[in-house]
Ligand binder design. Structure first.
Ligand code: G3P
Length: 217
C-alpha cells in the first residue's frame, strides 16, 4: 500500500520523506489555508515546493465547479510539474473533466467520494485515483471502512485500474484496516504514519539490549 501524507505543511512532508516511506502528497484548499498559503501565485509556488521535496504524486485541487473552469485550471496545474495529479470534486462536471484529462493521459484524483456509486462513476471516467473520505463517514456514525471494502470489491469485479486512495484517514488503525482491505493508497496526517512505529515491547526490548551490551563491555 502506498503512503501519501495529507498536508500542505512542508516540515511534515520533509519528515515523512526523510523516513523513506513516503509515496506522495495530497492537499486541498482547506489544508493550504491552514498553512496560510493564499492567492493563486503563492499556491502554485507551494505545489512546486512540495514536488521538490517528494518523489511521488502530488494532488492539487481545482476550485472551479464547471467543466470549462476545471479543464483550464487542471491544465495549468498539470503543466506546473510532472508529479502533479489534478484533483477534481465528485460532481457531474468533475466527472466530465476527469474523462477529458484521462483521455489526454493527465493523472486525476476524484475527491469527496462518500458512496460506492460515486466511486464506480469515477472509475468509468478513467480516474487515476478515487478518494473515499473514511474519517468523515465515521464522524456521522457510518462505517467508512465498509465503503473502502465495497469499492475494492467493485473494482476487482471488473478489473478497474483506478487506485483506491483512502482519504480522511485519522489514525493508525485506519491505516492498518485499509491495508487489510487492500486499499491501494492511504493518505493521512504524519501522526498516522509515525504512530505505526509505536510498541512498548520494542522500547522495553531495546532498553534491555543496550543495558546488557553495557554489562559485557
Ligand atoms: O484527504 C482528505 C482529507 O484532507 C480530509 O480529511 O480529516 O478533514 O476529514 P479530514
Amino acid at each position: 500500500m502506498k503512503f501519501f501524507i495529507d498536508t500542505a505543511n512542508l516540515d511534515q512532508i520533509k519528515e515523512a520523506q526523510d523516513m523513506g516511506v513516503l509515496d506522495g502528497v495530497t492537499t486541498n484548499p482547506s489544508l493550504m489555508a491552514k498553512e496560510g498559503i493564499t492567492g493563486h501565485d503563492n499556491i502554485m509556488k507551494h505545489y512546486l515546493d512540495i514536488c521538490n521535496i517528494v518523489d511521488g504524486d502530488v494532488s492539487a485541487e481545482v476550485i472551479s465547479t464547471d467543466v470549462e473552469g476545471m479543464i483550464k485550471e487542471g491544465e495549468a496545474l498539470a503543466a506546473l510539474h510532472e508529479q502533479i495529479v489534478v484533483k477534481l470534486p465528485m460532481i457531474k462536471d468533475g466527472i466530465k473533466a476527469c474523462k477529458y484529462f484521462s483521455s489526454k493521459g493527465i493523472k486525476t484524483n476524484v475527491t469527496l467520494v462518500f458512496s460506492a456509486g460515486q466511486a464506480l462513476l469515477a472509475a468509468k471516467a478513467g480516474a487515476t485515483y478515487v478518494s473515499p473520505f473514511l474519517g468523515r463517514l465515521d464522524d456521522i456514525s457510518t462505517d467508512g471502512l465498509n465503503l473502502i471494502a465495497e469499492i475494492r470489491q467493485i473494482y476487482d469485479n471488473y478489473g478497474f485500474g483506478t487506485q483506491i486512495l483512502s482519504a480522511s484517514v485519522r489514525h493508525t488503525m485506519h491505516v492498518i484496516d485499509c491495508a487489510k482491505i487492500g486499499s491501494d493508497v492511504m493518505t493521512g496526517p504524519l501522526s498516522s504514519i509515525e504512530g505505526l512505529l509505536k510498541h512498548p515491547l520494542t522500547d522495553i526490548g531495546l532498553a534491555k539490549f543496550l543495558e546488557d551490551y553495557k554489562k559485557g563491555n
